[in-house]
Design a protein. Structure first.
Length: 380
């Protein structure tokens, strides 16, 4: 009897503690109240881009080799000198001529001049127009037909590296803005000139080379410098835009059903992620490596946990919060949205310049967190 009573007391205590924790948790949830920041609809320029890095390389790099073995008698160009196609860069004596001239010089100056006029040296000729980027020999040195006396490069271009998730958004003739890491404050415009068909693996990532030609490369640009590039996907000037944190994407109603918030990434994102995972498994990557790559993918695509918000679907309907008679329950207004750069979203319909919108923030005690940009919000 006493043992039964003891168990009844234990069950009662546990039930009481559970009820107390439940009420405490419920009260904590009730204490969470939203706060709002105000933002205005403003006119601004928007553009969407794909970012990449690249390296400055010559389009053609050519080693200029002598037609014969012998001795380099003269070299009239230095590093950085521009050269024309067919220009004589230097003179080379064959082994026989060099020996003959040395013997003549030992005899007399007149003998040397006689043989120099009779036995002409062989010219070293530039096969292309460009600039000298390396001078490897000096006059008087012996050379053979396999030695690169000078190295000439023609036009410098930027070779960018894009992974398979971005290459589909790049097209020939596309505008690119770039700057060199050594000179970050100097931007220059480029265009896409060539997109490689053959991929290469870099740290188990499928990469493609994209040749980018600069309209006017800065004078300080040198082969081997690193460049940061932005491939411009779309630009819109002087459009009505609002802070992207104020935009909440919704799914249009179907069959008369009530609008429901979108609850996950779109099908395109999911398909791309699954493709990436399958390819990584084929390469023998571990689960930890796959998880790391997926997190990086999420950051680029703007899913939860990423550094950039996931942009709403262009041309679709979304919602924003506006003032109402109840400060704690703002009204919702439907708007039609355009492009987004991740920070601001183009408003095509529904708002005018100067209109105010609200950005929901959650406040709990001393902790405050902004609502997830572009992600669905709970209906009130």
């Amino acid at each position: 009897m006493k043992k039964t009573l003891k168990w009844i007391v234990v069950v009662a205590v546990l039930t009481g503690l559970g009820f107390w924790f439940y009420n405490a948790k419920l009260k904590k949830k009730e204490d969470v109240k939203p706060t709002y920041e105000r933002a205005k609809v403003e006119r601004m320029d928007l553009r969407t881009t794909v970012e990449s890095t690249g390296e400055i390389q010559p389009r053609n790099r050519l080693d200029v080799k002598p037609p014969i073995s012998g001795r380099l008698e003269a070299l009239m160009v230095d590093d950085g000198d521009p050269v024309e196609k067919g220009q004589i860069l230097g003179w080379v004596s064959s082994t026989e001529r060099a020996a003959l001239l040395d013997a003549a010089l030992a005899t007399s100056r007149e003998e040397l001049e006689y043989w120099e006029q009779l036995y002409k040296p062989t010219p070293l000729i530039s096969p292309i127009k460009g600039a000298v980027i390396a001078r490897n020999f000096e006059p008087g040195q012996s050379i053979n037909a396999n030695d690169a006396v000078v190295v000439i490069a023609d036009e410098l271009i930027v070779v960018a590296n894009l992974d398979e998730t971005d290459i589909g958004q790049v097209k020939l003739g596309q505008k690119v803005e770039a700057h060199l890491e050594a000179y970050p404050d100097t931007n220059f415009e480029c265009v896409v000139e060539k997109i490689a068909y053959d991929a290469r693996l870099v740290s188990n990532v499928t990469m493609y080379d994209v040749d980018v030609r600069a309209d006017a490369l800065p004078d300080f640009a040198r082969s081997g410098m690193t460049a940061n590039l932005e491939f411009v996907l779309e630009e819109r000037n002087s459009v009505l835009a609002v802070d992207s944190s104020a935009v909440m994407e919704i799914v249009p109603p179907e069959d008369g059903a009530e609008n429901k918030p979108e609850t996950g990434p779109d099908e395109e994102q999911r398909a791309r992620r699954e493709t990436m995972m399958a390819k990584m498994r084929e390469r023998g990557m571990s689960d930890a490596e796959i998880k790391k790559r997926i997190e990086e993918f999420k950051k680029r695509m703007g899913e939860s946990g990423g550094q950039r918000p996931r942009p709403p679907k262009r041309g679709g309907m979304a919602e924003v919060l506006i003032d109402s008679s109840d400060p704690e329950a703002p009204d919702r207004k439907k708007v039609k949205i355009g492009i987004s750069d991740g920070h601001h979203t183009d408003i095509l319909e529904g708002l005018e310049e100067g209109d105010g919108v609200l950005i929901e923030k959650i406040k709990t005690g001393q902790h405050e967190a902004a609502g997830s940009p572009f992600m669905p919000k709970r209906k009130r």
